[in-house]
Design a protein around this ligand. Structure first.
Ligand code: CUA
Length: 384
């Protein structure tokens, strides 16, 4: 083989390798889902381990491919003579058995240590505890110590250990916040644990990372990392009722429509005292109802909508939360996310005499957007 031919083979190979590497990084090390922009100790540990194994693999790749290329060139066929016929080579065989074993051990030590570090939970007394429950296709977050329940937006303070108890109500999902930690499977009837800590305030992206059905790729969430003070404010806000509505206003009309059409599945008053345990009970009842008749049940598990007007996104992290997107969602969730149980089960989509007019849809959307704690605590963090 000539040098030119070698170049013709080697450079395209090398370039496609780089291309695949950068594609898999999502074209940027600081994109919202990049694991290379670690913003917490667990993600940092996972990133360091990945890079360690990656560069070790690069060295092995270059040595092995180099040896193959060298041998192919050096011992290429030059004449018609038969090469020496040998059987086995003890030295070589020992070498390529022992060397990979040593490499495996080198990889195993930090890997096992890393698994250990992520599996040993911090002290519960000094940690925030969150129960995270996967549903098709959204995330429920419960704070058992604070007795707060919310959906699709996880709120945590900066620089504080958070123990996440991970479960699922229906199928297997997976909990993943690329910049902070993950992935851990969310399994029905089995609790997994993960601890996380975020270094800086901001808004982070979360995503289901286990194929769980038609809307799997659209099952996202946001993590709002607060300063310590803002997190206290958020907890207070979750205990504060929304402002009273003016009778006859669009919002008040929307409230009536909500009570009549949506409130069987969506709770929106968990700011009340003792609401936490009631919501858990309700969510379990909804699940039992749905199990009885998966095809036609009018009741399904659904996200808690308490203080929905403060949510950043709708449809489990899919679109910004505003009147336009919310009306479009209520009109037909398929506009934004196919396969939702809401579309498949709610009477307003499936019963001829319960369809809503576009005015009624707007009224419900306005009502939902009005659901904010009376004393407003505006979130000013930016996407990370
Ligand atoms: Cu839930 Cu994929």
């Amino acid at each position: 083989m000539t040098k030119k031919k070698l170049k013709q083979i080697f450079f395209p190979l090398f370039n496609s390798f780089l291309f695949i590497f950068f594609i898999s990084c999502g074209f940027g090390f600081d994109s919202p889902m990049s694991t290379f922009d670690a913003q917490g100790p667990v993600a940092q540990l996972q990133k360091d381990l990945f890079l360690f194994v990656f560069w070790l693999a690069v060295v092995v790749f270059i040595l092995v491919e180099g040896a193959i290329l060298y041998a192919s060139y050096r011992y290429r066929q030059k004449d018609e003579k038969l090469p020496a016929q040998i059987h086995g080579n003890t030295k070589l065989e020992l070498m390529w058995t022992i060397l990979p074993s040593i490499i495996i051990v080198i990889i195993a030590v930090p890997t096992v240590m890393g698994i250990w570090k992520t599996q040993v939970m911090p002290d519960e007394e000094n940690s925030i505890i969150v129960d995270s429950i996967g549903h098709q296709w959204w995330f429920e977050f419960r704070y058992p110590k604070e007795e707060i329940v919310t959906a699709n937006e996880l709120h945590i303070p900066e620089n504080k250990d958070v123990i996440v108890n991970i479960e699922s109500q229906d199928v297997i999902h997976s909990f993943w916040i690329p910049k902070i930690a993950g992935k851990v499977d969310m399994i029905p009837n089995h609790q997994n644990k993960l601890w996380i800590r975020a270094d800086n305030p901001g808004i982070y992206y979360g995503q289901c990372a286990e194929f769980c059905g038609i809307a799997h790729a659209l099952m996202k969430f946001r993590v709002v990392v607060h300063t310590k003070e803002d997190f206290e404010k958020w907890k207070n806000d979750m205990r504060t009722p929304p402002a009273a509505l003016n009778p006859g206003s669009d919002e008040d009309e929307g409230r009536k429509l909500f009570v009549g059409n949506c409130s069987m599945c969506h709770t929106n008053d968990s700011y009340k005292k003792a609401a936490y345990h009631k919501e858990i009970q309700n969510q379990n009842n909804r699940w039992e109802e749905w199990k009885k008749d998966k095809e036609y049940s009018a009741i399904v598990s659904a996200p808690n909508l308490t203080h929905f007007g403060d949510r950043l996104t709708i449809g489990a992290g899919l679109k910004d939360n505003n009147l336009e997107t919310l009306s479009s969602w209520i009109e037909n969730p398929d506009n934004i996310k196919i396969g939702t149980r809401m579309k498949n089960h709610a009477a307003i989509y499936n019963s001829d005499d319960q369809f809503l007019t576009s005015n009624e849809i707007d009224q419900i959307a306005k009502y939902l957007l009005s659901l904010k704690p009376d004393k407003v605590n505006v979130i000013t963090y930016t996407n990370k």
